[in-house]
Design a protein around this ligand. Structure first.
Ligand code: ADP
Ligand code: MG
Length: 347
């Protein structure tokens, strides 16, 4: 129902960049290798995303707009092991309830595709259409029917900067895929597929910035985390042995000479999911203590990989926050790894 969707939209859709995030994640979940984003008016006027993913059949295209109909969660256990980026099945219904949305999609095995036109959550038109394989979603007039929310949008340039940072994030995390971001007047990012994360860094930030970065790699067995295993005679009823599995850190951290005035150049991913995590930011600040002044920030691109059960991504619908099961272990391992990497690279 439209009202429930608008309420959910309040949580999922904070601003145009949150729409872009949901759509990008859907394209990645659909195995797209080429993703093109177009925005007008900082995303309020238009956000269009074109992908070459697997597309949807007609039934799925309609189901996609029913709240939770597509939820990949079956039991509460599933919450702890989410493999795809999307999992709540509420992004599309929420976005559709506060905009005019046009979906065009086609499966490879079908001769024609499906077009779904929605305004303020109501389906206006469903048609067969000749379309390329993949999905295109155009969102126009975001918040046109929720004036109170529209008022909270920031200046066009601010919203555009958020979108650009976000698309850059995803491009960095998926070097093997082709990403583009265009505004009405200019190409903001064109990043054809490259082989490695280092190639992508070079492609996006240029040679000088890439040369000021040091690569990080480290791995630690989660079974060595936290409390030492108690001897058998001291184990109580609820003692559970730690899960086996690894915490792996890869990525790049800047040499001391490359400093920024804000933390916008700190990019953190957990299991390939973009996060904004205070714990990791704190670990990085500690790692750079007395290496760069406390008033400046490093440039960081870090990928943390860990077993799905070690991290809870279900803290907030917008999914940028996470909770680690062994947070002290994760924090200290990030801090010590980055610190050691910086010390080793000293001239
Ligand atoms: P979720 O991603 O949490 O499942 P969404 O509301 O974001 O929920 O999307 C609903 C469903 O629509 C997805 O589960 C997926 O099946 C389908 N879908 C959305 N976007 C795409 C896309 N770009 N390509 C293929 N299928 C898509
Ligand atoms: Mg989704």
């Amino acid at each position: 129902d439209v009202v429930a969707n608008q309420i959910a939209a309040g949580e999922v859709v904070e601003r145009p960049a949150s729409v872009v995030k949901e759509l990008l994640e859907n394209s990645l979940d659909a195995q797209a290798t080429r993703i093109r984003v177009e925005v007008e008016g900082g995303g309020r006027k238009l956000i269009r995303i074109v992908d070459n993913g697997h597309g949807m059949g007609k039934d799925d295209a309609l189901l996609a707009f029913e709240r939770h109909a597509t939820s990949k969660l079956r039991t509460s256990d599933d919450l702890l092991s989410i493999a795809t980026l999307g999992f709540r099945g509420e992004a599309l219904p929420s976005i559709a309830s506060v905009s005019r949305l046009l979906l065009e999609t086609r499966l490879a095995e079908e001769a024609s595709g499906t077009l779904v036109d929605i305004a303020g959550g109501k389906i206006i038109r469903v048609d067969d259409a000749g379309l390329p394989v993949g999905t295109t979603i155009a969102i126009r007039d975001l918040f046109f029917n929720t004036p109170a929310r529209r008022k909270f949008l920031k200046a066009e340039q601010t919203e555009l900067a958020h979108i650009a940072a976000l698309v850059t994030h995803y491009a960095l995390a998926h070097p093997e895929k082709h990403f583009e971001l265009h505004s009405a007047t200019q190409a903001l990012l064109i990043a054809p597929s490259v082989a490695t994360a280092a190639d992508r860094l070079f492609q996006i930030f240029g040679k000088d910035a890439a040369n000021a970065m040091i690569s990080v790699t480290a791995e630690m067995d989660f079974t060595r985390a936290g409390v030492p295993e108690p001897p058998p005679w001291k184990r109580d009823e609820d003692y559970t042995p730690p899960d086996p599995g690894y915490l792996r850190i890869t990525g790049f951290v800047s040499k001391p000479e490359l400093q920024k005035l804000n933390r916008n150049s700190i990019y953190i991913f957990v299991n390939r999911r973009l996060v904004r995590d205070k714990l990791i930011l704190h670990a990085l600040t500690e790692a750079y203590r007395n290496i760069i002044p406390p008033t400046s920030f490093p440039v960081v691109l870090l990928f943390l990989e860990m077993p799905a059960q070690e991290v809870d991504v279900n803290v907030h619908p917008a999914k940028t926050e996470v909770r680690f099961r062994q947070s002290t272990f994760v924090h200290d391992f990030v801090r010590d790894t980055v610190r050691a990497t910086l010390m080793e690279a000293r001239p």
